[in-house]
Write a protein that binds this ligand. Structure first.
Ligand SMILES: [Zn+2]
Length: 142
């Protein structure tokens, strides 16, 4: 109830102050009061629209950041059930036990994160066997 009465009292007070100022400037009180009330409603509506738009944009940015964070810390996991094999993005924590419920078959699935190492290699420029005769098992220039 107080949430409704306080803005009405504020609106009425501001409209009355404006109408009293207009009255002392030679304008009529009631039309000035009504006009200032309508203008306050319009200004308040525009201000509320502006604040809501900014809030909505901020929320969208936070959701996008959250989705981006989710993408960087998730894996595409295939359900191990041979009748399901549904692939879904699963959020993972490297140093923790990772489990999820398959969205398709509703079974609990545990995710083990392993690693495999590879040596970095450099590609060779050309075919190393282009001078080699495989029939005679010797180089061509010999
Ligand atoms: Zn499944």
């Amino acid at each position: 109830m107080e949430d409704f009465i306080k803005p009405i009292l504020t609106l009425t007070f501001i409209s009355a102050v404006i109408a009293i100022c207009c009255y002392y400037l030679g304008l009529k009180f009631i039309p000035s009061f009504v006009l200032s009330t309508v203008i306050q409603f319009m200004v308040w509506t525009l201000f509320k629209y502006w604040v809501d738009s900014r809030t909505q944009i901020k929320i969208e940015q936070l959701v996008n950041e959250r989705v981006q964070e989710f993408r960087t810390q998730s894996l595409d996991c295939t359900c191990p059930d041979e009748n399901c094999n549904f692939v879904t993005a699963v959020p993972v924590v490297i140093n923790d036990t990772n489990m999820y419920e398959c969205p398709k078959c509703k079974k609990e699935v545990k995710v083990y994160i392993g690693n495999k190492t590879f040596l970095v290699t450099a590609p060779i420029d050309s075919d190393p066997f282009k001078e080699f005769n495989f029939v005679e098992n010797t180089d061509y220039d010999n």
